[in-house]
Ligand binder design. Sequence first.
Ligand SMILES: [Zn+2]
Length: 164
Amino acid sequence: MLGQPAEGRNTRWARRAVLGVVVAVAVVTMVRYFVWWDVGARCVIGMRPSLVGYDNTTIKRALATLQSGSPEDYRKVCAHVATINPNPSCGGFGGGCFWHSEGNRGRASIDVSTEHGLIWTVAIIVHETCHAIQYHEGRPPWFDLEHECYGEDDRILRALVQFE
Ligand SMILES: [Zn+2]
């Protein structure tokens, strides 16, 4: 006989349904908290889990602010940044960080503190993206790397303050 007992079939379906729900919840959670996914702009940026309790949604709101408030900066972030780490490291609290390392030769990973709120988070993203661009494009040895990037975050801060 080829037919299976009805009970076994139901159990299997139930298991599959439960597994499906678990996978769906996991994917939704992943995308909700750990991925910025802009289908239209083909922009996908990963976010590391925040270890200090600040919510990754601040990073997402910052990206959304750039997307609408300064499309040119947003395009640069999408082109040069693959991962945002919301945990403060070398920049300490209130800052950000970009590492000149082999792993950042492609789209880079930047560290961005979110504890000073949305506007500062936007400014730090722009500042660290500026460093990623410098690293990707190269700058002459005497070039003042910080000066250029402070100029960038200053510009975006002024733009956003006017914008609000
Ligand atoms: Zn800097």
